[in-house]
Ligand binder design. Structure first.
Ligand SMILES: *Cc1c(COP(=O)(O)O)cnc(C)c1O
Length: 431
């Protein structure tokens, strides 16, 4: 099947991590997010080991928290020795509550408020990834008040469009993120940063986009960043310790996506970085990467119950499920591709082309259009594969629909990592 943790058992049921998805759906209810703990650990180790083996000393991956964020996940990556990036004080709060060592956390975000900055400094966050001059001034002021020196990286835009979707291409010059190298503004910002007393500049960050299946785009970004690092050494005598190349290795959502070997790609990228540092005659910085989806996406799938099959004569068929854009807004947002199948008829041949519709009062509430399915009946289970990233973390309560639980599978057993929301949860803050 699409990934090695998926299979079909002798009842014709879909299995994740060897466990019958239909049995799990029956006992936990639907919709439900299932996640394979061992797959998360395996993906984390793949990055940690390859970066340690092939890249300069100190190189390591950070989990991009936005891809999936709950306490148990931080406990898992902490055990694997993985660091993390955080984009908001809410993610920070979650990591802290999980006992995650915050000196291994990198605080992102293009508009950190003064109170976010205070909270992160008070919590002992290791590094700030600074987006702009105003933020830099605020960190300097708050760090001075607290009598500390805050380690930072500056987020720069290398001006690369890795030819992915526009909405997830963020390294171009015209972007809300970071400071452009091409315009000379990055150099000016560095000069300014080095004049400040309470921030300590350790290096630079860039992020060129997501769903990148070949390391060449990262190599292009690395080249621009390393040339800039050389320029800084030559003009400001500044030595860069850390280069963070952001997130973005791709994940196989459907058969149309290529298979990707992360270890080989990291090795290839490391080779290019080595050569560039040699040619440019600069000290090799430690490399950081920020994988999100490639750590968690293929660990997860979502199970829904089918309510109806509506065939509009002469047009098309809609299969309605008991979830939708509140638990997976990605099709509505970016027309993301997913693989869908009827989990209790996984061994049968598809005989229907249908659009999967959610339960919200919104015609754009679709999970996927025109997919081949076995014709389902009311009560059948529909599985959407590879939903471990950007599903739970993007879930909302639109239409006052409670968020599904996250159920973790491990060693033939299962446990609840995040409880299903209740109606009481929905009105908790209503006065
Ligand atoms: C989104 C994002 C990531 C993670 O991207 P993936 O495609 O999930 O790997 C990492 N870093 C930054 C700055 C991001 O915006």
């Amino acid at each position: 099947m699409l990934h090695s943790n998926l299979s079909i058992n002798n009842k014709g049921h879909l299995c994740l991590a060897g466990q019958d998805v239909c049995t799990l759906a029956k006992s936990y209810g639907t919709p439900v997010f299932l996640m394979d703990e061992e797959r998360i650990r395996h993906n984390a180790r793949t990055y940690i080991d390859a970066m340690r083996e092939f890249m300069p000393e100190g190189s390591k991956p950070l989990l991009a928290s936005k891809s999936c964020c709950f306490k148990k996940l931080y406990e898992i990556i902490k055990e694997e020795g993985m660091a993390t990036d955080l984009v908001s004080p809410g993610e920070l709060y979650t990591a802290k509550a999980a006992g995650f060592p915050l000196e291994n956390a990198y605080f992102h975000g293009n508009n950190k408020t003064d109170s976010d900055i205070e909270y992160a400094i008070d919590s002992g966050v290791g590094y700030f990834i600074v987006d702009n001059r105003e933020e830099l001034d605020a960190i300097e002021r708050i760090a001075e008040k607290k009598g500390i020196t805050q380690k930072i990286l500056l987020r720069l835009s290398p001006g690369i469009d890795p030819h992915t979707q526009k909405k997830i291409s963020t390294g171009k010059v015209d972007s809300k993120f970071g400071t452009a190298i091409e315009t000379g503004q990055a150099l000016e910002l560095c000069r300014y940063t080095l004049s400040l007393e309470n921030v300590s500049l350790k290096g630079f960050h860039c992020h060129i986009g997501s769903q990148i299946f070949e390391y060449e785009s990262f190599a292009d970004a690395a080249e621009i960043m390393l040339r800039f690092i050389k320029e800084l050494r030559d003009t400001l005598s500044f030595t860069t310790e850390v280069l963070n190349l952001g997130g973005g290795f791709g994940v196989r959502y459907t058969d149309a996506d290529p298979v990707i070997d992360y270890r080989e790609n990291i090795k290839g990228l490391a080779g290019v970085i080595d050569r560039l540092c040699c040619d440019l005659d600069i000290k090799k910085p430690a490399i950081l990467m920020e994988p999100g989806r490639s750590i968690v996406a293929d660990s997860g799938l979502t199970v829904y119950s089918v309510g109806s099959v509506k065939t509009i004569t002469g047009y098309k068929s809609y299969v309605s499920i008991d979830g939708g854009m509140p638990d997976n807004p990605r099709y509505a947002l970016y027309e993301s591709d997913y693989t869908c199948l009827i989990a209790n008829k996984a061994d049968k041949k598809p005989d229907l082309v249908a659009t999967i519709a959610g339960r919200c009062c919104e015609s754009g509430d679709l999970i996927q259009e025109d997919v081949a399915l076995v014709t389902p009946e009311r009560g059948d289970y529909l599985a959407v594969l590879v939903t471990g990233a950007y599903n739970y973390s993007m879930a909302s309560n639109y239409n006052r629909i409670p968020r599904p639980p996250v159920v973790m599978l491990k060693n033939g057993e299962s446990y609840v990592a995040v409880k299903r929301e209740t109606y009481e949860d929905l009105i908790r803050n209503d006065m």
